[in-house]
Write a protein that binds this ligand. Structure first.
Ligand code: FES
Length: 189
């Protein structure tokens, strides 16, 4: 029996030039566009995320060398010479500049050495005592010889030496922090 003109009509998707139904083709293109957008967004966000997180992920910078003074200033030392050095440290977004006291002195062979003034016992600043010809810590009485070696008191080791170099006639020192209350020198920062 043939359908009459009054019967309900069934909608049939028209095939496109590519052979796919038009609606299917539209949804495929939409999905492709969505995936492409996500990919491009992810690609663009990588540098931004790296930029934002870089200071957090980066290690605290090592402390740079600081000038202690002209080398010739220390050619005829008879007692430790105290100098204040400026040190810069960048930690994440924070940039800190601080000052530290160091001593330029000589070892038993007459070679220059630079000592940190931080007591290896509990971190007090150790002054040079001219009358006693020793470093004497005011906190718990540790004493150290002219070259920083331990003489007496609660400290388990001598005063810590710092790395030095000479550039353009300037004595340079790299300040570092060392673990306290231990007998061996151990860098902690
Ligand atoms: S901090 Fe120097 S002896 Fe204790």
């Amino acid at each position: 029996m043939c359908a009459s003109a009054g019967d309900s009509e069934t909608t049939v998707a028209k095939p496109s030039a590519s052979g796919l139904p038009l609606e299917n083709r539209r949804s495929f293109l939409g999905a492709l566009l969505g995936v492409g957008s996500v990919f491009v967004s992810a690609l663009l966000s990588v540098p931004l995320i790296r930029f934002a997180l870089f200071p957090l992920l980066r290690r605290t910078t090592e402390l740079k060398s600081s000038s202690v003074g002209e080398l010739r200033e220390f050619s005829s030392l008879t007692a430790p010479a105290m100098r204040t050095i400026r040190i810069e440290q960048v930690d994440g977004w924070r940039r800190a500049i601080s000052e530290k006291a160091v001593y330029v002195t000589k070892d038993s062979q007459g070679q220059l050495r630079v000592l940190t003034s931080v007591c290896p016992h509990l971190g007090c600043t150790v002054p040079w005592n001219m009358e006693r010809n020793q470093f004497v810590c005011p906190c718990h009485g540790a004493t150290f010889a002219l070259d920083g070696t331990r003489v007496s008191g609660p400290s388990l080791r001598g005063m810590d030496t710092l790395e030095t170099s000479v550039q353009d006639g300037q004595l340079q020192v790299r300040f570092q922090y060392f673990r306290q209350l231990v007998s061996d020198k151990e860098v902690i920062g």
